[in-house]
Design a binder for this molecule. Structure first.
Ligand SMILES: Nc1ncnc2c1ncn2[C@@H]1O[C@H](COP(=O)(O)OP(=O)(O)OP(=O)(O)O)[C@@H](O)[C@H]1O
Length: 251
């Protein structure tokens, strides 16, 4: 498949006092249109930094990002981001939160229909007038996904969107997110530290085994959905992923 998004030798360093800290080092990979990629790495390996650079919220120290043939310079509506926490505006209803990015960009009728469709897609029908404070953590995160999708971005960037949820809610949201992706085939880069989550979702897994973020391995997962983690091939891949993190501990 042709590359839709290309990262070319992305490095990022921060200066803390007199110290230079490398968050990412010469990171290169490609994402095809419609692909669902999971990036997996331990805390501090640079996952959030990487997503923020792709989103344009942070500038790389060196390297280049090409989206659909164009070098990315800044933030843009073609990249939507979902954060670890929902970040909904507490003074707006759910409907208004989801409509925030498209307000004034289309007719009221189309706006209303887009928001209603999105709410249905993420399982929030009936909660249009609810306030963020009236939602559970899972519902709020569903709303955050709908809000990011409202502007119809070419790429959805998800930074551990389910990590703050309890195990049952996380599992349900994971299944629902998979259905949503199968419906939309939106290009997604999903960052996680959970190997099972990556194996459940990813068509490809990119492993960042240590800090500073460098690619340790890229694994294709050509398995149909829904997947059973008991599948012997997936279990073998899980071992392969975990061994990279354990190898790092013994270095
Ligand atoms: N604004 C910043 N200023 C200085 N250093 C930073 C900044 N943001 C990130 N870093 C450093 O960059 C490295 C990578 O951080 P990052 O948050 O990207 O990791 P992460 O893999 O997303 O971690 P986690 O899973 O815990 O969220 C860390 O060493 C961190 O201290």
């Amino acid at each position: 498949m042709a590359a839709f998004l290309e990262l070319k030798e992305i490095s990022k360093n921060y200066t803390i006092g007199s110290e230079q800290i490398w968050a990412l080092r010469d990171l290169s990979f490609e994402v095809a249109s419609g692909e669902l990629i999971c990036i997996i790495g331990k805390s501090g390996c640079g996952k959030t930094t990487l997503l923020r650079i792709i989103a344009g919220l942070e500038k790389q120290t060196s390297g280049e990002i090409i989206l659909n043939g164009q070098a990315l310079k800044d933030t843009g509506r073609e990249r939507g981001m979902v954060f670890q926490e929902p970040r909904l505006f507490p003074w707006l209803t759910l409907e208004e939160n989801i409509a925030f990015g498209i307000k004034g960009r289309m007719s009221r009728e189309l706006n209303y229909k887009t928001v209603a469709d999105l709410m249905e897609m993420v399982g929030l029908t009936g909660f249009a007038r609810a306030w963020p404070s009236q939602l559970s953590g899972g519902m709020a995160q569903r709303a955050a996904i709908a809000r990011a999708l409202a502007v119809d971005p070419a790429i959805l960037l998800l930074d551990e969107p389910f990590s703050a949820l309890d195990a049952l809610t996380r599992s349900k949201l994971l299944t629902d997110f998979l259905h949503l992706w199968q419906r939309t085939h939106k290009t997604c880069i999903h960052v996680t530290h959970d190997v099972n989550e990556a194996l459940t979702l990813g068509q490809k897994i990119i492993i960042l085994p240590s800090n500073p973020g460098r690619i340790g391995d890229v694994i294709s997962l050509p398995f149909p959905y829904p997947r059973s983690l008991e599948n012997p091939e997936l279990r073998a891949i899980k071992e392969r992923v975990l061994s990279q993190f354990f190898a790092d501990f013994t270095d």
